[in-house]
Ligand binder design. Structure first.
Ligand SMILES: Nc1ncnc2c1ncn2[C@@H]1O[C@H](COP(=O)(O)OP(=O)(O)O)[C@@H](O)[C@H]1O
Ligand SMILES: [Mg+2]
Length: 351
Protein backbone atom coordinates (compact mmCIF):
# COMPACT_ATOMS: atom_id res chain seq x y z
CA UNK A 1 0.00 0.00 0.00
CA UNK A 2 1.19 3.50 -0.84
CA UNK A 3 2.04 5.77 2.04
CA UNK A 4 -0.61 8.29 2.98
CA UNK A 5 0.18 11.73 1.57
CA UNK A 6 0.15 14.06 4.54
CA UNK A 7 0.40 17.86 4.58
CA UNK A 8 1.67 19.24 7.87
CA UNK A 9 0.64 22.87 8.19
CA UNK A 10 2.52 25.10 10.62
CA UNK A 11 3.01 28.72 11.70
CA UNK A 12 -0.09 30.78 11.09
CA UNK A 13 -1.38 34.32 11.20
CA UNK A 14 -2.06 34.21 14.90
CA UNK A 15 -0.58 35.40 18.19
CA UNK A 16 0.17 31.71 18.77
CA UNK A 17 2.49 31.45 15.76
CA UNK A 18 5.53 30.57 17.87
CA UNK A 19 3.57 27.97 19.84
CA UNK A 20 2.77 26.29 16.54
CA UNK A 21 6.45 26.14 15.57
CA UNK A 22 7.28 24.29 18.79
CA UNK A 23 4.32 21.93 18.43
CA UNK A 24 5.23 21.20 14.82
CA UNK A 25 8.92 20.52 15.51
CA UNK A 26 8.01 18.07 18.24
CA UNK A 27 5.30 16.54 16.08
CA UNK A 28 7.72 16.02 13.15
CA UNK A 29 10.28 14.37 15.41
CA UNK A 30 7.66 12.01 16.79
CA UNK A 31 5.61 10.99 13.73
CA UNK A 32 6.13 7.50 12.22
CA UNK A 33 8.02 8.82 9.16
CA UNK A 34 7.90 5.50 7.32
CA UNK A 35 4.10 5.63 7.21
CA UNK A 36 3.66 8.96 5.48
CA UNK A 37 4.74 10.87 2.43
CA UNK A 38 5.01 14.22 4.15
CA UNK A 39 4.89 17.75 2.81
CA UNK A 40 5.37 20.74 5.08
CA UNK A 41 3.42 23.91 4.46
CA UNK A 42 4.36 27.02 6.41
CA UNK A 43 2.17 30.05 6.96
CA UNK A 44 4.04 33.21 7.91
CA UNK A 45 2.64 35.89 10.19
CA UNK A 46 1.43 37.81 7.15
CA UNK A 47 -0.70 34.84 6.11
CA UNK A 48 1.44 33.76 3.10
CA UNK A 49 1.67 30.05 2.33
CA UNK A 50 4.97 28.33 1.48
CA UNK A 51 6.11 24.87 0.62
CA UNK A 52 8.86 24.27 3.22
CA UNK A 53 11.73 21.90 2.43
CA UNK A 54 14.13 22.80 5.25
CA UNK A 55 15.10 21.30 8.59
CA UNK A 56 13.04 20.79 11.73
CA UNK A 57 15.59 22.81 13.73
CA UNK A 58 15.22 25.87 11.48
CA UNK A 59 11.46 25.55 11.75
CA UNK A 60 11.57 25.30 15.52
CA UNK A 61 13.82 28.37 15.87
CA UNK A 62 11.80 30.42 13.41
CA UNK A 63 14.54 30.42 10.75
CA UNK A 64 12.38 28.51 8.32
CA UNK A 65 11.41 31.42 6.10
CA UNK A 66 14.41 31.69 3.80
CA UNK A 67 14.76 31.58 0.02
CA UNK A 68 16.63 28.28 0.01
CA UNK A 69 13.95 26.27 1.80
CA UNK A 70 10.72 28.08 0.99
CA UNK A 71 8.69 28.35 -2.17
CA UNK A 72 5.46 30.35 -2.28
CA UNK A 73 2.51 28.12 -3.02
CA UNK A 74 -1.22 28.28 -3.64
CA UNK A 75 -3.98 25.81 -2.83
CA UNK A 76 -5.57 23.84 -5.62
CA UNK A 77 -8.20 21.10 -5.55
CA UNK A 78 -6.65 18.27 -3.53
CA UNK A 79 -3.31 19.93 -2.85
CA UNK A 80 -0.95 22.80 -3.61
CA UNK A 81 0.98 24.23 -6.53
CA UNK A 82 4.23 26.10 -6.10
CA UNK A 83 4.59 29.58 -7.54
CA UNK A 84 7.92 29.38 -9.43
CA UNK A 85 9.27 29.05 -12.96
CA UNK A 86 8.59 25.33 -13.15
CA UNK A 87 5.62 24.91 -10.82
CA UNK A 88 5.35 21.65 -8.90
CA UNK A 89 2.07 20.20 -7.68
CA UNK A 90 1.53 18.14 -4.53
CA UNK A 91 -1.63 16.16 -3.84
CA UNK A 92 -2.65 15.20 -0.30
CA UNK A 93 -4.88 12.58 1.27
CA UNK A 94 -4.91 14.39 4.56
CA UNK A 95 -3.73 17.58 6.23
CA UNK A 96 -2.68 18.02 9.83
CA UNK A 97 -3.02 21.67 10.83
CA UNK A 98 -0.58 22.02 13.73
CA UNK A 99 -1.85 25.55 14.19
CA UNK A 100 -3.20 27.25 17.26
CA UNK A 101 -5.55 30.16 17.84
CA UNK A 102 -6.93 32.51 15.26
CA UNK A 103 -7.05 31.29 11.63
CA UNK A 104 -5.83 27.85 12.71
CA UNK A 105 -8.23 26.64 15.33
CA UNK A 106 -11.28 28.72 14.48
CA UNK A 107 -12.61 27.08 11.33
CA UNK A 108 -10.74 29.24 8.78
CA UNK A 109 -8.13 26.73 7.65
CA UNK A 110 -10.71 23.96 8.09
CA UNK A 111 -12.99 25.77 5.59
CA UNK A 112 -10.13 26.10 3.12
CA UNK A 113 -9.36 22.37 3.38
CA UNK A 114 -13.04 21.49 2.92
CA UNK A 115 -13.15 23.53 -0.27
CA UNK A 116 -9.93 21.90 -1.49
CA UNK A 117 -11.47 18.49 -0.72
CA UNK A 118 -8.66 17.43 1.61
CA UNK A 119 -9.29 15.40 4.77
CA UNK A 120 -7.97 17.13 7.86
CA UNK A 121 -7.26 16.28 11.46
CA UNK A 122 -9.45 17.77 14.15
CA UNK A 123 -12.80 19.44 14.42
CA UNK A 124 -14.82 20.56 11.42
CA UNK A 125 -15.54 24.16 10.46
CA UNK A 126 -18.54 24.68 12.70
CA UNK A 127 -17.28 23.04 15.84
CA UNK A 128 -13.89 24.76 15.46
CA UNK A 129 -15.49 28.17 15.16
CA UNK A 130 -18.00 27.80 17.99
CA UNK A 131 -15.35 26.38 20.31
CA UNK A 132 -13.01 29.27 19.56
CA UNK A 133 -15.51 31.97 20.46
CA UNK A 134 -15.84 32.07 24.24
CA UNK A 135 -19.18 33.90 24.17
CA UNK A 136 -20.76 31.36 21.80
CA UNK A 137 -19.36 28.57 24.00
CA UNK A 138 -21.09 30.13 27.01
CA UNK A 139 -24.42 30.41 25.19
CA UNK A 140 -24.29 26.80 23.95
CA UNK A 141 -23.12 25.48 27.31
CA UNK A 142 -26.03 27.22 29.03
CA UNK A 143 -28.35 25.44 26.57
CA UNK A 144 -26.71 22.08 27.29
CA UNK A 145 -26.70 22.58 31.07
CA UNK A 146 -22.93 22.55 31.24
CA UNK A 147 -21.72 24.50 34.28
CA UNK A 148 -19.49 27.53 33.52
CA UNK A 149 -18.51 30.78 35.28
CA UNK A 150 -21.07 33.61 35.38
CA UNK A 151 -20.23 36.01 32.58
CA UNK A 152 -21.10 39.10 30.59
CA UNK A 153 -20.00 39.91 27.06
CA UNK A 154 -18.83 43.43 26.14
CA UNK A 155 -18.79 44.62 22.53
CA UNK A 156 -16.31 47.21 21.30
CA UNK A 157 -18.75 49.51 19.53
CA UNK A 158 -21.68 49.06 21.87
CA UNK A 159 -22.90 50.87 24.90
CA UNK A 160 -21.59 48.50 27.55
CA UNK A 161 -22.64 48.33 31.19
CA UNK A 162 -20.47 50.45 33.49
CA UNK A 163 -18.09 49.07 36.10
CA UNK A 164 -20.76 49.64 38.80
CA UNK A 165 -23.50 48.00 36.73
CA UNK A 166 -21.41 44.88 36.08
CA UNK A 167 -20.71 44.62 39.80
CA UNK A 168 -24.45 44.27 40.44
CA UNK A 169 -24.60 41.02 38.45
CA UNK A 170 -21.07 39.65 38.96
CA UNK A 171 -19.29 40.31 42.26
CA UNK A 172 -15.57 41.21 42.03
CA UNK A 173 -12.93 39.92 41.38
CA UNK A 174 -13.31 39.27 37.65
CA UNK A 175 -11.38 37.72 34.83
CA UNK A 176 -11.41 39.88 31.70
CA UNK A 177 -10.57 37.98 28.53
CA UNK A 178 -10.86 38.21 24.75
CA UNK A 179 -13.57 36.02 23.20
CA UNK A 180 -11.27 35.00 20.37
CA UNK A 181 -7.68 34.54 21.46
CA UNK A 182 -5.60 31.92 23.25
CA UNK A 183 -2.46 31.20 25.27
CA UNK A 184 -3.73 33.66 27.93
CA UNK A 185 -3.07 36.68 25.69
CA UNK A 186 -5.17 39.60 26.91
CA UNK A 187 -6.41 37.74 30.02
CA UNK A 188 -6.48 39.81 33.23
CA UNK A 189 -7.45 39.38 36.84
CA UNK A 190 -9.32 42.52 37.93
CA UNK A 191 -10.15 43.82 41.40
CA UNK A 192 -10.95 47.51 40.86
CA UNK A 193 -12.08 50.05 38.26
CA UNK A 194 -8.59 51.15 37.24
CA UNK A 195 -7.51 47.57 36.55
CA UNK A 196 -10.81 46.98 34.78
CA UNK A 197 -10.27 49.89 32.34
CA UNK A 198 -6.74 48.75 31.51
CA UNK A 199 -7.81 45.12 31.14
CA UNK A 200 -10.70 45.97 28.82
CA UNK A 201 -8.38 47.88 26.47
CA UNK A 202 -5.86 45.07 26.33
CA UNK A 203 -8.47 42.32 25.92
CA UNK A 204 -10.06 44.17 22.97
CA UNK A 205 -6.60 44.55 21.44
CA UNK A 206 -6.01 40.79 21.50
CA UNK A 207 -9.53 39.86 20.49
CA UNK A 208 -9.45 41.64 17.16
CA UNK A 209 -13.13 40.85 16.62
CA UNK A 210 -14.52 43.33 19.13
CA UNK A 211 -15.85 40.99 21.83
CA UNK A 212 -14.55 40.36 25.33
CA UNK A 213 -15.85 38.60 28.44
CA UNK A 214 -16.15 39.61 32.04
CA UNK A 215 -16.19 36.37 34.04
CA UNK A 216 -16.57 35.66 37.69
CA UNK A 217 -13.27 34.36 39.09
CA UNK A 218 -13.64 30.68 39.85
CA UNK A 219 -11.95 29.79 43.11
CA UNK A 220 -10.26 26.44 43.00
CA UNK A 221 -7.73 24.90 40.65
CA UNK A 222 -7.50 24.01 36.98
CA UNK A 223 -7.70 20.57 35.47
CA UNK A 224 -7.89 19.30 31.90
CA UNK A 225 -9.06 16.21 30.09
CA UNK A 226 -8.00 14.90 26.68
CA UNK A 227 -10.88 13.72 24.49
CA UNK A 228 -10.62 11.92 21.18
CA UNK A 229 -12.92 10.33 18.61
CA UNK A 230 -15.63 10.86 16.05
CA UNK A 231 -18.90 9.05 16.84
CA UNK A 232 -17.40 6.93 19.57
CA UNK A 233 -15.35 9.02 21.91
CA UNK A 234 -12.79 8.19 24.54
CA UNK A 235 -10.99 10.22 27.14
CA UNK A 236 -7.39 10.28 28.19
CA UNK A 237 -6.40 10.95 31.73
CA UNK A 238 -7.08 14.24 33.54
CA UNK A 239 -4.25 16.55 34.49
CA UNK A 240 -3.99 19.23 37.12
CA UNK A 241 -2.29 22.60 37.07
CA UNK A 242 -0.74 23.85 40.24
CA UNK A 243 -0.26 27.61 40.17
CA UNK A 244 1.60 29.63 42.73
CA UNK A 245 0.20 33.13 42.44
CA UNK A 246 -1.93 34.68 39.68
CA UNK A 247 -3.38 32.61 36.89
CA UNK A 248 -2.15 30.26 34.18
CA UNK A 249 -0.52 32.90 31.97
CA UNK A 250 1.68 32.62 28.88
CA UNK A 251 4.90 32.18 30.86
CA UNK A 252 3.23 29.62 33.07
CA UNK A 253 2.04 27.67 30.05
CA UNK A 254 5.25 27.63 28.04
CA UNK A 255 8.04 28.22 30.51
CA UNK A 256 6.36 26.63 33.51
CA UNK A 257 7.00 29.76 35.59
CA UNK A 258 4.99 29.54 38.81
CA UNK A 259 3.15 26.55 37.41
CA UNK A 260 3.46 22.78 37.58
CA UNK A 261 1.41 20.11 35.86
CA UNK A 262 0.47 16.79 37.43
CA UNK A 263 -0.81 13.99 35.26
CA UNK A 264 -2.89 12.22 36.42
CA UNK A 265 -4.53 14.95 38.47
CA UNK A 266 -4.25 14.52 42.22
CA UNK A 267 -7.99 14.44 42.75
CA UNK A 268 -10.44 11.98 44.25
CA UNK A 269 -11.80 9.28 41.95
CA UNK A 270 -15.31 10.77 42.06
CA UNK A 271 -14.02 14.18 40.91
CA UNK A 272 -11.90 12.48 38.24
CA UNK A 273 -14.96 10.65 36.91
CA UNK A 274 -17.05 13.83 37.02
CA UNK A 275 -14.39 15.70 35.05
CA UNK A 276 -14.12 13.01 32.36
CA UNK A 277 -17.89 12.89 32.09
CA UNK A 278 -18.16 16.69 31.80
CA UNK A 279 -15.38 16.72 29.19
CA UNK A 280 -17.26 14.18 27.07
CA UNK A 281 -20.49 16.14 27.40
CA UNK A 282 -18.83 19.35 26.26
CA UNK A 283 -17.13 17.56 23.35
CA UNK A 284 -20.47 16.17 22.20
CA UNK A 285 -22.34 19.44 22.76
CA UNK A 286 -19.85 21.26 20.50
CA UNK A 287 -20.07 18.45 17.95
CA UNK A 288 -16.31 17.89 18.08
CA UNK A 289 -14.50 15.29 15.99
CA UNK A 290 -10.89 14.14 16.09
CA UNK A 291 -9.60 15.68 19.28
CA UNK A 292 -10.04 18.39 21.88
CA UNK A 293 -8.64 19.28 25.26
CA UNK A 294 -11.31 20.31 27.70
CA UNK A 295 -10.13 22.68 30.44
CA UNK A 296 -12.08 22.85 33.67
CA UNK A 297 -11.91 24.08 37.25
CA UNK A 298 -12.41 22.07 40.43
CA UNK A 299 -14.14 24.49 42.78
CA UNK A 300 -13.66 24.64 46.52
CA UNK A 301 -16.75 22.46 47.05
CA UNK A 302 -15.12 19.94 44.63
CA UNK A 303 -17.71 20.48 41.88
CA UNK A 304 -16.32 20.70 38.34
CA UNK A 305 -17.06 23.58 35.94
CA UNK A 306 -15.97 24.16 32.37
CA UNK A 307 -13.40 26.81 31.47
CA UNK A 308 -12.86 26.27 27.76
CA UNK A 309 -12.33 23.76 24.99
CA UNK A 310 -9.24 23.75 22.75
CA UNK A 311 -9.72 22.05 19.39
CA UNK A 312 -5.99 22.05 18.51
CA UNK A 313 -4.24 21.85 21.87
CA UNK A 314 -0.46 22.11 22.24
CA UNK A 315 1.15 19.12 20.53
CA UNK A 316 4.73 18.91 21.73
CA UNK A 317 5.79 15.55 23.19
CA UNK A 318 5.44 17.01 26.67
CA UNK A 319 2.27 19.04 26.06
CA UNK A 320 -0.80 18.37 28.13
CA UNK A 321 -2.90 16.57 25.51
CA UNK A 322 -0.22 14.02 24.48
CA UNK A 323 0.69 13.51 28.17
CA UNK A 324 -2.91 12.75 29.12
CA UNK A 325 -3.12 10.23 26.29
CA UNK A 326 0.23 8.72 27.21
CA UNK A 327 -1.10 8.23 30.73
CA UNK A 328 -3.72 5.85 29.31
CA UNK A 329 -1.15 3.98 27.21
CA UNK A 330 -1.22 5.90 23.93
CA UNK A 331 2.28 7.07 22.97
CA UNK A 332 2.63 10.30 20.97
CA UNK A 333 3.57 8.67 17.59
CA UNK A 334 0.61 6.27 17.87
CA UNK A 335 -1.65 9.13 18.91
CA UNK A 336 -0.70 10.96 15.69
CA UNK A 337 -1.55 7.84 13.64
CA UNK A 338 -4.93 7.52 15.33
CA UNK A 339 -5.78 11.18 14.81
CA UNK A 340 -4.99 10.82 11.10
CA UNK A 341 -7.15 7.68 10.94
CA UNK A 342 -10.03 9.62 12.49
CA UNK A 343 -9.56 12.39 9.93
CA UNK A 344 -9.71 9.88 7.07
CA UNK A 345 -12.94 8.39 8.46
CA UNK A 346 -14.79 11.68 8.30
CA UNK A 347 -16.36 12.93 5.10
CA UNK A 348 -14.90 16.09 3.68
CA UNK A 349 -15.72 18.54 0.90
CA UNK A 350 -17.56 16.99 -2.00
CA UNK A 351 -16.58 13.35 -1.36
N1 LIG B 1 -13.36 32.48 35.24
C1 LIG B 1 -12.09 32.27 35.58
N2 LIG B 1 -11.75 32.12 36.90
C2 LIG B 1 -10.46 31.93 37.28
N3 LIG B 1 -9.43 31.89 36.41
C3 LIG B 1 -9.70 32.03 35.11
C4 LIG B 1 -11.04 32.22 34.61
N4 LIG B 1 -10.97 32.32 33.27
C5 LIG B 1 -9.68 32.20 32.93
N5 LIG B 1 -8.90 32.03 34.01
C6 LIG B 1 -7.43 31.90 34.05
O1 LIG B 1 -6.87 32.46 32.86
C7 LIG B 1 -6.24 31.45 32.07
C8 LIG B 1 -6.48 31.72 30.59
O2 LIG B 1 -7.87 31.81 30.33
P1 LIG B 1 -8.58 30.91 29.23
O3 LIG B 1 -10.04 31.19 29.31
O4 LIG B 1 -8.19 29.51 29.40
O5 LIG B 1 -8.05 31.54 27.88
P2 LIG B 1 -6.97 31.06 26.79
O6 LIG B 1 -7.79 30.68 25.60
O7 LIG B 1 -6.15 32.26 26.54
O8 LIG B 1 -6.21 29.90 27.37
C9 LIG B 1 -6.85 30.14 32.56
O9 LIG B 1 -5.98 29.06 32.31
C10 LIG B 1 -7.02 30.44 34.04
O10 LIG B 1 -5.77 30.37 34.73
MG1 LIG C 1 -6.96 28.22 28.31
Amino acid sequence: MENLRLAVIFGGQSSEYSVSLHSTASFLRAIHKDKYEMTMIGIDQGGNFYLYEGSIDDLEHDHWKNEKDCTPCAWIHGGIITVENNPRTFQFDCAFPVLHGKNGEDGCIQGLLELMNIHYVGCDVMSSSISMDKEIMHILCDEANIPCADYLCLRENDENPSFEEIQKSIPLPWIIKPCNAGSSYGVHFVENEEEFNEAVKDAFFYDGRGKILVEKVIKGFEIGCAVMGNGTIKTGSCDEIEITGGFFDFEGKYEMKNAAIYCPARIEQATFDEAQDLAKRVYKAMNCTGLARVDMFVQEDKSVVLNELNTIPGLTATSRYPSMMKAVGLEFPDLIDQLIELAMERKVGVC
